[in-house]
Ligand binder design. Structure first.
Ligand code: ATR
Length: 291
């Protein structure tokens, strides 16, 4: 093409997901769909950082003009430490999954809990307001979703963990916020599960990674229960199959993945994409894999 014919070069703003491993990440696909949908000029890549090289990789990406990053395993705590300013939900989570490079420093946010809440309420149509919620697990994934769930004003949240003291620590951390939102926050070990059906049970344990079922009284699952596993795969997780066998409705974490991405996109661009069509496309891709 001659110089005369060439079109003006329009540079897209650069974003990426940084992790280790990161090759499997669906975020580049999701954000490419969001960019198409909204008309935002966004380019989104994968960034593999060595386990001891997170900060250097982030700084190099920023220096090369990058505008923001999603952060995944195992760097969410390092991202939290790196940010100059934190959103309240990132401070509460103690972890950051979204970095934005502002003129006055690095802003750290955490959109995971928002993604979970939006998937439950909007995509799955279950209101959290007034609901009885059981949260299984008390690690990083659980901690990240407590504040966004409290903000939806459930009647009660019971946090139960195999190692009870970790659940007690979370309950203590969020006691003030629970009071503010009129929610009864309690829990401890598996024996503290109420033997009556909950409205929503969220599996935030790492159990599904190795097909392990967290210990939980079967009477907690009823026909009106939504059993939500934060993990997802081509096949239903062992937790989902268990919940379905007990008569509950089960959902995996694919919608949470899409909705946390939509919220990150909003944090960066001030434009909110629609999660549902992208979720439907990803669901079809997973079904094709499973076939
Ligand atoms: P993540 O960031 O994924 O939350 P984490 O902080 O290591 O990872 O937390 C893992 C969570 O899964 C913990 O609540 C852990 O329970 P413990 O605190 O007792 O270790 C829980 N978990 C992992 N495997 C489990 C299993 N087989 N049964 C029940 N809980 C399990």
């Amino acid at each position: 093409m001659s110089v005369k014919e060439s079109k003006p070069v329009v540079h897209a703003d650069r974003y990426a997901v940084v992790g280790n491993p990161v090759a499997h990440s669906k975020s580049p696909y999701i954000h490419a769909q969001f960019a198409l949908q909204t008309g935002e000029r966004v380019e989104y890549d994968r960034l593999l950082a060595p386990l001891d090289g997170f900060v250097q990789h982030v700084q190099a990406f920023h220096a090369a003009g990058g505008r923001g990053l999603n952060v995944t395993v195992p760097f969410k705590l390092e991202a939290h430490a790196l940010a100059h300013k934190l959103s309240p939900r990132a401070a509460a989570a103690g972890a950051v999954n979204t970095l934005r490079f502002d003129a006055d420093g690095i802003f750290g946010d955490n959109t995971d809990g928002f993604g979970l809440v939006r998937d439950i309420e909007v995509n799955l149509g279950v209101a959290l307001e007034g609901a009885r919620v059981l949260l299984l697990g008390a690690g990083g994934a659980a901690r990240g979703v407590v504040l966004p769930m409290l903000e939806r004003r459930p009647r009660e949240i019971t946090i139960v963990n195999r190692t009870a003291p970790k659940a007690h620590a979370l309950i203590e951390q969020f006691a003030g916020a629970a009071g503010e939102f009129g929610c009864i926050l309690s829990g401890g070990g598996p024996q503290d599960v109420d033997p009556k059906p909950y409205d929503v049970i969220v599996n935030a344990t790492a159990g599904s990674l190795d097909a392990a079922l967290p210990e939980c009284d079967e009477r907690a699952f009823g026909t009106g229960t939504l059993a939500y596993d934060m993990m997802y795969g081509a096949q239903p997780t062992v937790f989902m199959r268990h919940a379905q066998a007990l008569g509950a409705r089960a959902a995996d974490g694919l919608g949470m993945l899409v909705e946390q991405a939509a919220e990150s996109f909003f944090v960066w661009r001030g434009v909110r994409p629609e999660g549902a069509p992208v979720l439907a496309a990803l669901r079809a891709q997973l079904a094709a894999q499973a076939a």
